[in-house]
Design a protein around this ligand. Structure first.
Ligand SMILES: NC(=O)c1ccc[n+]([C@@H]2O[C@H](COP(=O)([O-])OP(=O)(O)OC[C@H]3O[C@@H](n4cnc5c(N)ncnc54)[C@H](OP(=O)(O)O)[C@@H]3O)[C@@H](O)[C@H]2O)c1
Length: 248
C-alpha cells in the first residue's frame, strides 16, 4: 500500500519502507514499555459511528493498523473496545508474522486487557489457543473455557502505571500499542503514559450523536503539546504521527 508523504518531506512511499526504521522497543524508559496509541477519527472528531470504528477506516488505515501491530511486543485494549470490535488473534497473515520475526519479536503480540470490573467480554481471541492474554483486573470473575492462555493480575484502583511497570518487569514488554478506546486512552494520558500518537483523520463527517471522541472523562490539567513526526496521505485520508512532548 502506497502513501504520499507530505511531512517532513514530500515523497511517494510504501508502508513497508515508511515503517521500517521504527524500533519502539529502543525508546522504552527503564521501568515501563514505550506506549504508542493508534486512533481513527472522522473530520469532525468522532472515534466511532453508531458505536463502531470499523466504518471509518479504509485500506490505508487497515495497513497502518496492522503495520503497527508488527512493531510491538503487546497490544493493549479496554473492555469497551473489546466489546464493540471483534478482537481475534492479533497477527494472522504469514507475511506479518514473518515481519515480526525479522524484527526479533514473537510471532504474535501479547494481548493486554484492563478492567476494573473484571468482567471481560467474550471476544474471539479467547478461543484462539495461539493468543496469549494478560489481563489487569480490579476484581476476578471466572473465565470458563478459554482456549487462549489468560493470565490475570490484580489492578488497584485502575492505576495503569504499576500495571505497565509489571508488564515490563514480569512479561518483558518493551513496546505496547494501545488501540483504545477513549476511556483507557484518557486514563493513560492522565498518568502521562503515552509516548506517541498515530492519528488517522478520515475524510468523513459523523454529525452529532453519542459516539465518543478519542478521549473522554475529565480534561488534563493543561494542554499536552505534541511534535508532528510525519504526515502521510492516501485517498484523502490523513495519517498523522505525533510524539508527546513537554514543550510546544
Ligand atoms: N476510532 C478508534 O480508533 C477507536 C478505537 C477504540 C475504540 N473506539 C470506540 O470507542 C468505543 C468504546 O469506548 P470506551 O471508552 O468504552 O472503550 P475502552 O476505553 O476500550 O473501554 C472502557 C473500559 O475499559 C476499562 N478501563 C479503562 N480504563 C481503565 C483503567 N484505568 N483501569 C481499569 N480499567 C479500565 C474499563 O472496563 P470495565 O468496565 O470492565 O471495568 C472501562 O469500562 C467504541 O464505540 C469503539 O468503537 C474507537
Amino acid at each position: 500500500v502506497r502513501f504520499h508523504r507530505l511531512h517532513p518531506d514530500c515523497a511517494e512511499v510504501d508502508a513497508a519502507e515508511q515503517f521500517d526504521a521504527l524500533r519502539p522497543q529502543e525508546l522504552a524508559p527503564a521501568d515501563r514499555p514505550y506506549v504508542l496509541c493508534n486512533f481513527i477519527v472522522t473530520a469532525d472528531g468522532r472515534a466511532a459511528f453508531h458505536g463502531r470504528s470499523g466504518p471509518l477506516g479504509d485500506e490505508g488505515d487497515k495497513e497502518v493498523f496492522h503495520r503497527l501491530r508488527t512493531l510491538v511486543d503487546a497490544v493493549l485494549v479496554g473492555t469497551g473496545t473489546l466489546r464493540a470490535e471483534r478482537y481475534g488473534k492479533l497477527v494472522r497473515r504469514p507475511e506479518r508474522v514473518a515481519e515480526r520475526e525479522r524484527r526479533g519479536l514473537a510471532p504474535n503480540p501479547l494481548a493486554v486487557l484492563v478492567s476494573r470490573s473484571g468482567d471481560l467480554p467474550a471476544a474471539p481471541m479467547f478461543d484462539d489457543a495461539d493468543q496469549e492474554i494478560v489481563a489487569y483486573v480490579g476484581a476476578r470473575s471466572p473465565l470458563d473455557g478459554a482456549a487462549a492462555t489468560v493470565r490475570l493480575h490484580d489492578l488497584e484502583d485502575g492505576a495503569l502505571r504499576p500495571a505497565l511497570e509489571h508488564l515490563r518487569e514480569r512479561h518483558g514488554v518493551r513496546a505496547v500499542l494501545c488501540e483504545g478506546g477513549p476511556t483507557l486512552t484518557s486514563a493513560l494520558l492522565a498518568d502521562d503514559l503515552v509516548d506517541e500518537l498515530f492519528l488517522t483523520v478520515a475524510p468523513v463527517l459523523a454529525g452529532g450523536g453519542n459516539d465518543p471522541s478519542m478521549t473522554t472523562g475529565p480534561p488534563l490539567p493543561e494542554l499536552r503539546p505534541m511534535r508532528l513526526e510525519w504526515v502521510l496521505e492516501r485517498e484523502a485520508y490523513l495519517f498523522l504521527r505525533y510524539r508527546l512532548t513537554r514543550e510546544r
